[in-house]
Design a protein around this ligand. Structure first.
Ligand code: NVA
Length: 338
């Protein structure tokens, strides 16, 4: 059995992404009737960076699925310092059913995934924030009346085009068949290889992806307007230098007026009112940021259910059942344990 991971938005195919989003709609509508982690089976939720929504939504979600969320402070654990990522992976992989990790380099989460045979979920790296974009897609699908209606919708993102949200909008949006426009200053364009990957996905799904410094063109007729902080976690030392280039990309009332009449505003939070978005927009009638934050819970529960099914966990785990596929010792059998 090949274990599937969710390390970036393109870890799932367009069809699989639609399955997960449709499952998320069902999970949200019937919040308490799926308990595949009954046992309770544990899920490790590790973070090397600050967190509110990620810790909350994964821990609540795992509990609602009948499992036990084991929160691990990455600084205390010293992943990659006190012991290697591979050794941490080998230890965790024998005791938990899935690993959720917020960290810095994408290489770290890839290394974790290479040394376990339980699903690894990217809960934000410097390059990607795929769980957030899954929640955003769910929010857009709800607003537009279904997952199929994502196709062709224009999502315009304003701000740091080289950060995790911009990259995940490119990959996740292209996977959903959307028209993704990243509006960013010239020095902050997305990584070339990520843009290339998004373009390749777009060719398959009929999506469009583009990068521009033209704010008006990006905003024009947008169905979804999104932004993010100008200073991501780990960039605090550059905060002063990162302000001036982004001021023209602030989402304000004039920008929203250029978007489609039914446009919604999204922000992964935390938000810095007066910087990347005005108070009037984030607290205004087009804002869906609180639905978006709640949808982390539903989208991630669906993702966990889907990944655990791929890993062989039975659809319904009867009370007291024991699933050999998820046994800790399976890691050794795969030759990845020690
Ligand atoms: N780009 C932001 C997202 C926060 C959820 C960061 O990485 O800090």
């Amino acid at each position: 059995m090949t274990v599937r991971h969710f390390l970036k938005d393109s870890s799932v195919s367009p069809g699989e992404q639609a399955q997960i989003l449709n499952l998320a709609l069902k999970v949200k509508a019937h919040r308490w009737n799926r308990r595949p982690l009954t046992g309770p089976r544990a899920v490790a939720v590790l973070t090397d960076k600050p967190t509110l929504r990620t810790q909350l939504s994964f821990c609540v979600g795992v509990a609602e699925l009948g499992g036990y969320p084991m929160f691990v402070d990455g600084k205390l654990a010293g992943v990659g310092q006190r012991e290697s990522v591979a050794d941490v992976a080998r230890v965790l992989g024998r005791q938990v059913s899935a690993i959720v990790w917020r960290t810095y380099g994408q290489d770290r989460i890839e290394e974790m995934a290479a040394h376990v045979n339980v699903p690894v979920i990217n809960a934000l790296t410097d390059d990607f924030h795929p769980c957030q974009v899954l929640a955003d897609l769910l929010t857009v699908a709800e607003h537009r009346g279904g997952v199929k209606r994502l196709r062709g919708a224009k999502l315009a993102y304003f701000g740091d085009g080289a950060n995790n949200m911009a990259h995940s909008y490119l990959l996740g949006g292209a996977t959903a068949g959307m028209n993704v426009v990243i509006a960013t200053p010239d020095g902050y364009r997305p990584k070339a290889e990520i843009l290339t990957e998004a373009q390749a996905i777009a060719e398959v799904t009929g999506a469009q992806v583009s990068v521009t410094a033209d704010v008006a063109a990006a905003a024009s007729a947008a169905d979804v307007v999104a932004t993010d902080t100008w200073v991501s976690m780990g960039q605090e030392g550059d905060a002063a230098a990162r302000r001036a280039p982004f001021v023209p990309f602030r989402v304000d009332d004039a920008l929203m007026a250029a978007a489609a009449p039914e446009a919604i505003f999204l922000h992964c939070l935390p938000a810095y009112r007066g910087n990347e978005v005005t108070e009037s927009v984030i607290d205004g009638p087009q804002s869906r940021v609180w639905d978006e934050a709640e949808n982390r819970l539903h989208a991630q529960k669906a993702l966990l259910i889907w990944l655990l099914r791929q890993a062989g966990l039975k659809r319904v785990a009867p009370a007291g059942s024991y699933d050999a596929a998820m046994m800790p010792s399976a890691g050794a059998a795969m030759g990845v344990g020690s």
